[in-house]
Ligand binder design. Sequence first.
Ligand SMILES: C[S@@+](CC[C@H](N)C(=O)[O-])C[C@H]1O[C@@H](n2cnc3c(N)ncnc32)[C@H](O)[C@@H]1O
Length: 305
Amino acid sequence: MSTVTLISFTDLQKDLDDSGLLLLLDKIFFEKGYDFRGYKKTSLKRRIKRRMHLNNIETYEKYMEILDSQPSEHQRLFDDLTIKVTGFFRDNHPFYVIRNKIIPDIINNPHSPPFTSPIPSLVRRGERGGKGGLNNEIRIWCPGCATGEEPYSIGMLLSDVLKDDISRFNIKIFGTDISETALESARLGIYGSSAFKDMKEEYRIRHFFPMDSRYRIKYSVRQLVRYGIHNLARHTPISHIDLLLCRNVLIYFDRGLQEKVLRDFYYALKPNGYLILGKSEVIISEFRDAFMEIDREARIYQKKG
Ligand SMILES: C[S@@+](CC[C@H](N)C(=O)[O-])C[C@H]1O[C@@H](n2cnc3c(N)ncnc32)[C@H](O)[C@@H]1O
């Protein structure tokens, strides 16, 4: 006897809804190169529906027409889909562990790997990979760094720990993001008071100078960080990393994309290198044997050597 599967009206509605969404995501990818196809559908839908509402339309089909007739809507949609909330020393505790355990550990276990960057803008003019003989290279990567507060926080900690000895180290902090506008403000390094709410006053006094009603990060920290476009969904990872902070980014990705990105991170890290995720993020089960949990609360993991 054959069985008939009954599809409920809500399921049908959901499938129709998702097929419109998938067409829209394909359109964005093929026309603009932004690949949101591996992002969690629930938050994508919420944000796209908000843009549709602001444009007074109700279907994905009509919204695609708006994208064709108003090219600036592409940028507005992109800005709404890439949430750039951040701050210096955000969620404090991981930075305490970085300051007191991870940096001392990296300094005591230096490596000098050959290096070629897949991102040309991250290599400064005249600089080549693998500076032979310099054993004190420290390489840190913050993918999804938004406007730069996270990589600069690490720069301040390194300066705090190493003090005058910092010049003896070849330090490279890579701040990467999918958003060029976010990276432009990261390079400028000028921040309003809301960016400082989790940061000790003494750091602001030591590492910033006032500029109008805001503050600019000093060159001594700024020069430790270099910024470049990097799309976690599509680009090759940076390699030979001692410490990789990717916080509050994986939370937007579906399981398939999380798996791809965690695999990239695994290969990006040196043996015993550290990985730090955001406080609502965990290593998915496929990678539990590849990383050791160092601090559950701070979401700190170490690649098994
Ligand atoms: C919420 S912010 C996190 C900022 C910082 N890591 C923190 O925790 O304070 C998320 C950042 O991820 C970036 N992002 C989103 N998708 C990305 C992708 N595929 N590749 C790289 N960065 C991405 C966004 O542009 C945004 O700047």
